[in-house]
Design a protein around this ligand. Structure first.
Ligand SMILES: O=C(O)c1cc(=O)[nH]c(=O)n1[C@@H]1O[C@H](COP(=O)(O)O)[C@@H](O)[C@H]1O
Length: 261
């Protein structure tokens, strides 16, 4: 059997000393779609030495229609074998439909992990939890301002809505499910109170770079599970006068310093 997502990520973090997740969110260049795979391969090649993981977001590929999905399908087998791929899909649907999403991502595309929306309930996650060695990250406290509309609301017993997502993570651990279950916490909304209220599960933390998240909000989290800090536009599109490798190296160093590696 191939190496599990958890082991692959741990080995990668150990090898690179980096918790940087390089986001692959190509803005479609509609009049020159051929430029997109060239750009993606360049970003992958140049940032790989500093990448603990890659995270393509499927939205940017879907926006290019069938050719976009083909680009993703063609890119994945050419990605470095030892760098895990988290496909950002944020899916959530009834279990019967989720079975086919899981088949699409874990079997057809063969990615190591995906993001899921847990807000339709635990049963919607179950088809994904049957995949030995794969990973899922559940949206918990997202990086957008609207995370206060539902996720950060207080329940009548004083707990927060996002703590219910933590309960699902604990349940999956108690049931010894085959898939690693982690949580998405946006850097722009992370704080020590939130980190203290969620289980010690692997974290995927987007919001550094273009969204202006501050790494100091992670200090003293006390979480032992490995976090992945994602940067997409900050590497692919911001400061175009700098190379992708240089930007990735700088973000990886800033993250290392903030996490105290
Ligand atoms: O699940 C995600 O990755 C995600 C969750 C979240 O709360 N906020 C968030 O920005 N993301 C994704 O992380 C990436 C952030 O992109 P940049 O803001 O360009 O670094 C995008 O692909 C977002 O869809």
């Amino acid at each position: 059997m191939s190496i599990s997502f958890t082991d692959k990520l741990a080995a990668r973090i150990e090898k690179t000393g980096s918790a940087l997740c390089v986001g692959l969110d190509p803005r479609p260049v509609m009049d020159d779609l051929q430029a997109v795979p060239v750009l993606l391969r360049k970003v992958v090649e140049e940032t790989a030495p500093y990448a603990a993981a890659f995270k393509p977001n499927i939205a940017y590929f879907e926006a290019m229609g069938l050719r976009g999905l083909e680009m993703l399908e063609e890119l994945l087998p050419d990605m470095p074998d030892d760098v895990p791929v988290v496909l950002d899909v944020k899916r959530g649907d009834i279990g019967e439909t989720q079975k086919y999403y899981a088949q699409a991502y874990f079997e057809r595309l063969g990615v190591d992990a995906v993001t899921l929306s847990p807000f339709m309930g635990y049963d919607t996650l179950e088809p994904f939890l049957e995949y030995e060695g794969k990973g899922v990250y559940l949206l918990t406290v997202t990086s957008n301002p609207g995370s206060s509309d539902i996720e950060r609301r207080e329940l009548s017993d004083g707990r927060k809505v996002y703590e219910l997502v933590g309960d699902m993570v604990r349940r999956s651990m108690q049931e010894h499910r085959k898939t690693s279950v982690g949580m998405v916490v946006g850097l722009t909304n992370a704080d020590s109170d939130i980190l203290a209220r969620i289980p010690d599960a692997p974290l995927l933390i987007p919001g550094l770079g273009a969204q202006g998240g501050d790494l100091s909000s992670l200090s003293g989290s006390g979480h032992a599970a490995p976090p992945l800090i994602n940067v997409s536009r900050g590497i692919m599109y911001q400061n175009p006068e700098l190379g992708f490798a240089e930007k990735a190296q700088t973000f990886a160093a800033r993250i290392r310093e903030a996490l105290g590696y």
